[in-house]
Design a protein around this ligand. Sequence first.
Ligand SMILES: C[S@@+](CC[C@H](N)C(=O)[O-])C[C@H]1O[C@@H](n2cnc3c(N)ncnc32)[C@H](O)[C@@H]1O
Length: 243
Amino acid sequence: MKMILDERGKKYILKPNEEFQSDLGIIKADVLDKAQIGDEVKSHLNHTFKIVKPNINDFIDLMDRRCSILIKKDIGLVLAHTGLGSGDRVVDAGTGAGAIALNFGNVVGSEGKVFTYEIREDFAEVAKKNIDNFGIENIEVKNKNIKEGIDEDNIDLIFLDLPKPFEIFEEVQESLNVGGWLAVYAPYIDQAEISYRIAKKLGFYNIEIIEILERGLEVRPQGVRPKTRMVGHSGYLVFARKL
Ligand SMILES: C[S@@+](CC[C@H](N)C(=O)[O-])C[C@H]1O[C@@H](n2cnc3c(N)ncnc32)[C@H](O)[C@@H]1O
């Protein structure tokens, strides 16, 4: 897979045998197909573009989506807090466009496996296409309501990003390995609170609710200061471990 970066740092994923067009000009398909990662190519308007290998974040930024996707600050915490690693088995729901499922697949590698449940057929199709285009083979998209049952067991992490996730915590507990993690993404605090209380009642350990606040800094001639704009709120993350 190749990506093209323009002089402003704007990025686009290239499709094989397809001409590239933007406001900075046109580049013919044969020029792009021949270009190697690191090469520079010129548009017919003489603007310079760089050919770059996209990483998972570039791919997710540019992939097709029909619903909101999880953002890096929250994905990063799920991966770090649960210690997900190579060879692990993950259940994920709902898939949406597949943002966190792709990250799970990337981390667990070819020895691991991700089963991601999506209730909507159209969303499941988009996610399948995104995963195929990314070129990863360890993610299975299941067009299924996860509340009708979790088919897998010996799971190291179950991640739930759906309404009323606590309705299936008992099934989650059965599917998890001892030491495995439940992680819930909840935009509303009452969902996070109910998840916490139910996880506690069921005997999960190490239960925590965490919110990540991310603030960038800007470097100006006058000095360095926090940016005026920040992501005010995305969601709460609830973690609980089966021991
Ligand atoms: C906000 S999106 C998920 C975003 C995604 N987790 C990501 O990584 O960007 C929520 C998704 O959950 C799906 N969903 C809702 N209830 C579900 C259920 N019971 N089983 C499976 N998927 C469900 C919705 O159709 C929607 O696509």
